[in-house]
Design a protein around this ligand. Structure first.
Ligand code: ARG
Ligand code: ZN
Length: 890
């Protein structure tokens, strides 16, 4: 492993030189692109005389105020350019570089995809284009000129407004763009290529017309409508809920098939992974549509939270990402099915962020150090960061939160700021003390709340709450945090069964005080006792805790099975109902595991079966029913455990699913038929954009039923295969069926998958679904099928979507990845080693499948370690992978 240099938050220094304006000239040629940059440099009072710039592009020449610099007048080491003795007055620096975008497989900086050119600069890709401070607190006005062959690159785009274009000799042409808003270098973008444009427009609340332009390959133009509609919804929503209006006359979105992440919010020129913008019902599932709507909104919302107000340094990434994820979650919730969206967000956080927070790469929402910033675009920064923003909202309410947002923009529009600035705006706008709340930004690990409760004298419920934050590799001892705990009380007495009990707040127990049926308690100490008083007397009171998932914590309360069933059936908070079911599932899996380990018969799980019976009959909406039937996944069950045997937990979970499937076989068949009728009845709803949340709910329920039906009777696959063609007009159905039969050992499974691959062989996004199915299957021949997939003409290791589909999915395939002989570990490590040579970012992502290493039982742990040590021994290993693997091996 090469030497690792860490960057520390505590080392932050204000920039010595600013770059308030920059002119870029891109001369695009067959094999290379020549870039001439002219930087207006403004020395600051703290300037020391040496200008330090970052860059890794081939440097052709440097000049100051037009005077060429001889090579011995500057030094270039480790991609850092130092020019001593620069003028103390503002000056101009000309930098010319030469890029080879067709050879750039890292997909950072300027790169080619399908013959077109695209950029990705966040966080530190701009330095692959030219030499620049390349840090977000250095902001400037960009003017960009692009020239290229007209036939090969008819479309030439950059940020802002097009200010000129024209013809050049040799069938070439040029375009010039000017972005009037000062921005950090990470928001620079350029696109050149043969793309078609789908146009629309949006009138802002103040009456300005904004041109909307979506650029895709010609063959993808038919899949762009839904994304455009999503954008218009997002623009309207940001005006109505946040009072934020778009600020340029044009908003462009470009879709590209090779992209490391989901999408990028470059000012006025968003660049999207095709997977996050293209959708039609033939090739995209309802979940894909929902993702497109969410990501389009997310990138659009960045225009204010990210671009107008940006980050001072990369440690503050959650300032823009946590806030923008919160905003996109709220947007999606306001669009439809708020309760189901919230549950999905929590389930996702638990399945992915909680394990991260309990593993070797755990870090605070504002990390204290990094080696490679790309490794910190994490679930903690994004998803836990969004929960942190949500907690302000929970404390302040919508009106108070919006007051805080207004003050934030008033103070910081046009600036690069910190998470503390955001916290101060929320505090000052509301006169609210968020001092202790700062710990949410500096302490990693999921807090644990141990809660106990007792009913006293029939009219008081006493809560005892102890909080602790588990140690993480970066920090052993932690301080108590400020945690919003939303609570309610329900009666379990016969005469008032399931009714909410109005109570007085602990800070106001006087008899004439108002009562509430729900309250946000503010936890601040390691241990506290809280008294909730009410009128009348009850014999059985069930507390509903952490309602709406009011904080990203693990809460333990010794509910009886009966109490959980009360909450599941009667709680007015959908999250709390779902959580009651999740607790029953977790208990049942744990009981199965104990039985498997001791060799005793599996328990009957009566309480759980009764609860499921209730869910199957309840009139609560199909989408809600579908999520209530979701059993926690393995990664979530592993969080915080030691000496894990993944196969035993896997079998314990599978056994529970088998029991549910066989116990409710008839109900699932009936519900499936009902859902089918309802979906068809509503088939008129979807026009013209082919997705409708209500129909999606019925389809989600159908797919849950299908999975249980085929689990209970694998032979049913023959019938499914026969009827398959009828469903093959809608990807949600195709996907649901293929998932339901994917582990099936019968030959029909292979036939259906092969048909699917043949039908969609030229649709890259659908082929990703095919590779996912191959890699996720529990079938015995999966390793061989994965080998075949690697050689499939539609597969490419260089395409991140495909690599993630096949290898990322394999890393989550518990029985095969964790095969006892270590073959799964060896396979994935080998592929990561190959990818690391050209795309370190993706390699480092995939390497996180090994995060579980230290928690495994000794045999697997040493097999896994051996593979990681082999990777680490490679002197050419990237710093991206080196940082992750180093942490896992520590
Ligand atoms: N800012 C982008 C977003 O909206 C993510 C870009 C991250 N890109 C990267 N190469 N790390 O979330
Ligand atoms: Zn973002």
């Amino acid at each position: 492993m090469p030497q690792q240099t860490a960057h520390y938050l505590k080392d932050y220094r204000a920039p010595e030189y600013l770059v308030p304006a920059i002119r870029l000239d891109f001369d695009i040629r067959e094999e290379h692109t020549a870039v001439a940059a002219e930087l207006s440099i403004q020395p600051q009072p703290n300037a020391g005389g040496t200008l330090v710039l970052q860059g890794s592009a081939e440097l052709v020449s440097l000049a100051i105020n037009g005077q060429r610099l001889p090579e011995n007048s500057y030094s270039l080491e480790n991609n850092t350019l130092s020019i001593p003795n620069v003028p103390a007055q503002p000056f101009s620096l000309s930098v010319s570089t030469r890029l080879y975008p067709h050879a750039n497989k890292s997909l950072m900086g300027l790169y080619a995809s399908g013959g077109n050119l695209y950029t990705q600069c966040e966080p530190e890709g701009f330095r692959k284009i030219t030499y620049h401070p390349d840090r977000p607190d250095v902001m400037g006005i960009y003017t960009t000129r692009i020239s290229a062959d007209r036939a090969r690159y008819p479309v030439l785009l950059s940020n802002g407004n097009r200010t000129g274009s024209g013809s050049l000799p040799d069938n070439r042409h040029w375009a010039e763009w000017h972005d009037p808003f000062a921005k950090p270098s990470y928001l620079f973008a350029l696109v050149a290529g043969d793309l078609v444009c789908t146009r629309d427009s949006f009138t802002t609340k103040s009456g300005r017309q904004v041109a909307l332009e979506f650029f895709t390959r010609a063959e993808d133009a038919g899949k762009v409508r839904f994304g455009i509609e999503s954008l218009k919804h997002a623009m309207r929503w940001d005006e109505t809920r946040f009072g934020l209006e778009y600020d340029l006359d044009i908003f462009m979105v470009v879709a590209v098939g090779d992209f490391n992440m989901g999408a990028m919010e470059n000012k006025g020129l968003n660049i999207f992974n095709t997977a996050c913008v293209l959708a039609d019902s033939r090739s995209a599932t309802d979940a894909d549509f929902e993702r497109v709507e969410g990501v389009i909104a997310h990138e659009y919302f960045h225009n204010w939270t990210g671009n107008r107000v940006t980050c001072r340094d990369w440690f503050q990434l959650s300032l823009k990402e946590g806030l923008t994820v919160f905003r996109d979650q709220e947007f999606s919730a306001d669009r439809a099915s708020r309760e189901v969206r919230r549950i999905e967000n929590v389930a996702f956080l638990r399945a992915h962020q909680f394990p991260e927070d309990a593993g070797p790469t755990a870090h605070p929402v504002r990390p204290a150090s990094y080696v490679e910033m790309n490794n910190f675009y994490t679930l903690t920064v994004y998803e836990k960061g969004a929960e942190v923003v949500r907690m302000y909202h929970t404390f302040l309410g919508e009106a108070g939160f919006q007051k805080g947002m207004q003050l934030y923009f008033q103070r910081h529009d046009g600036q690069a700021v910190t998470c503390d600035d955001f916290r101060a705006a929320m505090a000052d706008a509301n006169g609210f003390d968020f001092e202790q709340f700062a710990l949410w930004y500096s302490q990693a690990g999921t807090p644990v709340l141990e809660v106990s409760g007792s009913l006293q004298a029939g009219n008081r419920f006493m809560l005892n709450v102890r909080q602790s934050i588990p140690p993480t590799p970066d920090m052993a001892a932690k301080q108590p945090m400020m945690i919003p705990l939303k609570v309610a009380l329900f009666s379990a007495d016969e005469d008032s069964f399931g009714e909410p009990i109005p109570f007085r707040l602990p800070e106001n127990l006087s008899a004439d005080a108002n009562t509430h049926t729900e309250a946000v308690l503010t936890l601040q100490q390691a241990e506290e006792n809280i008294e909730l008083q009410f009128e009348g007397a009850y014999r059985q009171v069930v507390p509903s805790l952490l309602r709406g998932f009011s904080a990203p914590v693990n809460l333990h309360y010794a509910y009886s099975d009966h109490e959980l069933s009360v909450l599941l059936a009667c709680d007015s908070d959908p999250f709390a109902r779902w959580e009651a079911a999740q607790t029953l599932y977790r208990r049942a899996i744990a009981a199965n595991e104990a039985a498997l380990v001791s060799g005793s018969p599996l328990p009957e799980h009566r309480a759980l079966l009764q609860a499921i019976d209730y869910v199957l009959r309840a009139d609560i909406g199909a989408a809600f029913q579908a999520v209530l039937l979701g059993v926690p996944g393995e990664a979530e069950l592993w969080a915080g455990r030691k000496n894990i045997d993944p196969l035993i937990i896997h079998r314990a979970r599978e056994a529970l699913l088998d029991l549910i499937a066989s116990h409710f076989a008839e109900q699932f068949a009936a519900l499936n038929a009902e859902a089918r009728r309802m979906e068809e009845e509503q088939s008129g709803l979807a026009e013209p954009y082919e997705y409708h949340p209500q129909q999606a709910g019925w389809r989600a329920l159908r797919n849950v039923c299908r999975a249980f039906i085929l689990r209970a009777s694998p032979a049913h696959i023959a019938e499914v295969a026969e009827r398959y063609p009828q469903m093959a007009h809608n990807m949600t159905h195709e996907w649901g069926i293929l998932c339901a039969i994917n582990h099936n050992e019968r030959p029909e499974r292979n036939r259906l998958l092969e048909q699917f691959a043949a039908k969609f062989r030229s649709d890259d996004l659908v082929m990703c679904k095919y590779f996912t199915l191959i890699a996720a299957s529990h079938r015995a021949d999966t390793p061989a099928q994965i080998q075949a997939a690697l050689a499939h003409p539609a597969f490419s290791l260089e395409n991140p979507n495909k690599a993630r589909a096949l290898l990322g999915s394999f890393g989550r395939n518990v029985p095969h990845f964790h095969a006892a002989d270590g073959s799964g570990y060896a396979f994935l490590a080998g592929q990561i080693g190959r990818i690391d040579r050209f795309n370190p970012q993706i390699a480092a992502r995939l390497a996180q499948a090994f995060n579980i290493c230290a928690q495994l039982e000794p045999q697997r742990r040493s097999l896994m370690r051996a593979e990681l040590e082999k990777l680490a021994a490679d002197p050419a290993l990237s710093k991206d992978s080196g940082e992750i693997i180093g942490k896992i091996l520590q």
